[in-house]
Write a protein that binds this ligand. Sequence first.
Ligand SMILES: Cc1cc2nc3c(=O)[nH]c(=O)nc-3n(C[C@H](O)[C@H](O)[C@H](O)COP(=O)(O)OP(=O)(O)OC[C@H]3O[C@@H](n4cnc5c(N)ncnc54)[C@H](O)[C@@H]3O)c2cc1C
Length: 448
Amino acid sequence: MKVAIIGAGPTGLLLGIGLARRGHQVVAVDRDAGPAADGTWARRGVMQFHHAHGFRPQIARVLQREAPAAWASWLVHGGEPIEMTLPDGTLSPAGVRSRRSTFEIALRAAALQQPGLRIRQGHVEQVDIDRGRASGIRVDGAELQADLVLDASGRASRATRNLRTGAHIGGPCGIAYVDRQYRLRDGVPTPPMDNPLAWQGEYDGYQVIVFLHERGTFSTLIVRNTSDRSLVPLRHNAAFDAAARAIPGLAAWTDPAVSRPLTEVLPGGPLLNLYRGQRSSDGDLALPGLIFVGDAVCTTTPNFGRGITTCYLQVGRLLELIDGHARAGDIVDRELVAIEFDAWCEHNMRPWVEDHRRMDDALTRRWDGQDIDLTDRLPSDLIMSAASQDASIRPAIVPYVTMQGLPSCLDEVEPRAKAVFRTGWRPPLSEGPGRAELADIVTRAAAA
Ligand SMILES: Cc1cc2nc3c(=O)[nH]c(=O)nc-3n(C[C@H](O)[C@H](O)[C@H](O)COP(=O)(O)OP(=O)(O)OC[C@H]3O[C@@H](n4cnc5c(N)ncnc54)[C@H](O)[C@@H]3O)c2cc1C
C-alpha cells in the first residue's frame, strides 16, 4: 500500500518506520529541511522543539517494539533510560532523560536509514480527493498519490482543517511559560529532584519545574497564567536570572557555580488542551482514506509530560489495527481502521484532555487567588496532593501518574480527597516569593 504522511515529527517518523517495516511504501512530507550540516536544527514552526520534554517509559516501549533502530539511535545520541524502585523493592523503567532535540535528531537519523520510507521536504497544501476518498496529497503544487493519507501534522494541523468539521473539545489552556536550558558543571552533584525526571515547586500564583535531560543538561520552566501580564518580563534573560536567584529551589539548579545556561530564555507559544476525532459534523469519517494521528488528535498541557506518550500510544494502536485489517496483499480496510481508531481514541485519549482541562481551569483560578471549589469534582492534581494527608488515596494515584490507568482511576478516592480539603487543609507552598513579589523582582531586573 502507498502511504503519504503529512508531517515528519515524532508521530510521522515512527508511523513511517512502522509501516515501512511492514512492507508498505511510505513518504513522510515535512516543510522542515532537517538538521543543518553543522548539526544545529532551528525547527521553525515546532515551537516546543527546544523546550523541556520529559519522556515516559511508554515511549521507550513503543520504540523498542516498532522501531528498534530508532531506540538504538536514541541511546547512541545520549538518551539515558532511568529506573525507579517500586514499593516492593523491584526496579521499573521510569522514562528516558533526553532533550527533545536529541530525541528527534536520533529518530530522524534512524528514519533516514529505513528501507521503504522516504522523507521529503515540502509543504502539504491539501489532501486530494477522488470519488469521495483521499487519493493522495498536494505538495508544493504537485500531486503525490497514496492509498492511505495519515495526518501527523501536529497540534496546529492546518492542511486538513476544512475536512474535519466534527466537534472539538478544548482550546487554549490559560497557562503559559518561559523555558531556559542549562548544563550542570562537571563534578557538581545533581540538585534535589521529586522524581527521576523532574523537580517541581508550587508558589503563590505560579509554578516552577526543572526537567533533567541527558548528560547533565536540564530545562527550567516558570509557569504562569496567560492572563497574568505582570510576569511577562520573564522572557528577558536578566529578568529570568533575577527570578532564578530569588526562588531557592530554582537557584539550587541555576547558581552559576552549579550550571551554565545553554540557551537564551525561550518564551513559549500558546498551550492547548485539545481533542479532535476523525469525524465531520455529520458524524461520518472526515474523509475515507484519511486518518488523523498524534497531536493532530490529542494535545495536553505539557506540565505532566504526556504529549509524546499519547502520540506513541496512538501509533502503537493504529499499527495494530492496520495489522488486524490487512486484506489480500498489502491492502488494508482503511475505513474500518479509522472507525476503530476513532473509538479507541475517544475512550483512551479524550479523557486525558478532559482531565487536563479540569486541572488547568482550577489551577488558573487558584493562581488568581480563589480557593478550591469543593462543590465540583476535584481536579486530579489536588487528589494527588491530598494523598499526603490520607495514605489510603495513594494506591489509586500510581496508575494515574504512570498512565497505566485512565484519569477515572481516581474517581473512587475523590470523595476521600475532598474530605481532606473540607478540614481546611491546603497543599503547602514551596519557599519563595509570591507572584506580586516575583513580578516586582522581574520588572526591576528587566528595566535595569
Ligand atoms: C511547550 C511544550 C512542551 C512539551 N513538553 C512535553 C513533554 O515534556 N513530554 C512529552 O511527551 N510531550 C511534550 N510536549 C508535547 C509534544 O511536543 C508533542 O506531543 C509532539 O511534538 C507531537 O508530535 P507530532 O509529531 O504529532 O507533532 P509535531 O511535533 O508538531 O510535528 C508535526 C510536523 O508536521 C509538520 N507539518 C505541519 N503541517 C505541515 C504541512 N502542511 N506540510 C508539511 N509539514 C507540515 C511540522 O513541520 C512538524 O514537523 C510538549 C509540547 C509543548 C508545546
